[in-house]
Design a protein around this ligand. Structure first.
Ligand SMILES: Nc1ncnc2c1ncn2[C@@H]1O[C@H](COP(=O)(O)OP(=O)(O)OP(=O)(O)O)[C@@H](O)[C@H]1O
Ligand SMILES: [Mg+2]
Length: 327
């Protein structure tokens, strides 16, 4: 299950992603955490010491390896250089499975020990000022998008991405790559304005979007969120002492997390799991082709000097149980 946490800066994306990852791991669910946020804090939020978190090998630095591996011997993708972040898989491409080793995880994944179990952590690497401009080609989240477009995941394994609700993910199509998107919103006008923008983009692509109200202080906050986002409001969380203690550097046992927060995480898991029924691999594949053609025409063809529309394999559908991997 591919799950994204989005929202405005400081809303609590990293906090909630890390709590969700801990919750899943404690329940014995295999989980891969991906830090694709501008501020890279997920490793530390999962309990990694600062120096170890900073030493995680960034996906963004291994794009040539990632592209070369994923392209496999797909005859439509002539070189890693002509592979852009939206290049879809086709016959001959290599697919990723969360439960199997592959050179991408070998090169980039860090194992984060948790109290109960462990999580695999992937990081995009810190964003620089350049990344936030016209940087489609060098986009840090490009590696994440490529991986998502080559991932065949099952119901009982999770990939949890901590990311921003930025224009970059709307242009590339990254925002359509998830089974469930949790938009973290504080009960403020700014918090819900990000929701409105996201919902506009999401509607046309049938993106499953639920709002998590965070830092909610009382019934008026809940009423405000309910009035602004309606039934999209899944749960609300108040101020967590457990989270506060973690921020002070005190690692408390996960079992000591407030009961209300545990109940909220259970609701997140329930909503994520229920979204499995809406999975549609054909739509998923069509959408990646749609965004690839759009990106090819708007900058990719010019940038690579190739006709990137020719990379689309018209007969290919990404599927959960595809035919065996090419040798
Ligand atoms: N439910 C909560 N209870 C207590 N503190 C919280 C809660 N949610 C978030 N915080 C605190 O609010 C601050 C911002 O949270 P967090 O870093 O998770 O937000 P973010 O959306 O990931 O921010 P950024 O955009 O900077 O990456 C942190 O100090 C975090 O500890
Ligand atoms: Mg963050």
């Amino acid at each position: 299950m591919k799950i994204a946490f989005v929202g405005k800066g400081g809303s609590g994306k990293t906090t909630l992603s890390s709590l969700f990852v801990r919750y899943l791991a404690a329940g014995g669910v295999p989980v891969t955490a991906v830090d694709a946020d501008i501020n890279q804090h997920l490793g530390v939020a999962l309990g990694l010491p600062e120096d170890e978190a900073a030493a995680c090998p960034p996906l963004g630095a291994r794009l040539p390896l990632i592209k070369d591996y994923l392209r496999g011997d797909n005859p439509r993708i002539l070189s890693a250089e002509t592979m852009i972040k939206t290049t879809p898989p086709g016959a001959g491409s290599r697919l990723l499975r969360l439960s199997e080793p592959n050179p991408v995880f070998d090169a980039c994944a860090t194992t984060v020990p948790l109290e109960e179990g462990a999580a695999r952590l992937l990081v995009t690497g810190p964003f620089t000022a350049d990344d936030l401009g016209v940087a489609c080609y060098h986009s840090k989240t490009g590696a994440v998008e490529l991986c998502l477009n080559h991932l065949v995941d099952g119901r009982d394994e999770y990939l949890v991405v901590d990311m921003t609700a930025g224009s970059d993910s709307f242009a590339s199509g990254l925002f359509t790559r998830f089974d469930m998107t949790f938009l973290v919103a504080e009960p403020t006008r700014k918090g819900v304005s990000v929701y409105r923008q996201y919902r506009e983009y999401a509607r046309d692509f049938r993106v499953a979007l639920r709002v998590i109200g965070n830092k909610v202080q009382g019934p008026e906050d809940v009423a405000f969120l309910r009035a602004e986002v309606g039934d999209d409001l899944l749960v609300t969380l108040g101020h967590s002492e457990w989270v506060r203690a973690l921020e002070r550097g005190e690692e408390r046992p996960f079992a000591a997390l407030e009961a209300a927060d545990v109940a909220a995480l259970r609701a997140l898991h329930g909503a994520a799991d229920a979204s499995y029924e809406d999975r549609d691999w054909e739509r998923y594949t069509q959408q990646m082709v749609h965004f690839h053609l759009k990106n090819a025409a708007s900058w990719g063809n010019d940038r690579t000097g190739a006709d990137l529309a020719a990379q689309v394999d018209p007969g290919f559908v990404l599927r959960e149980a595809p035919s065996p991997l090419p040798a």
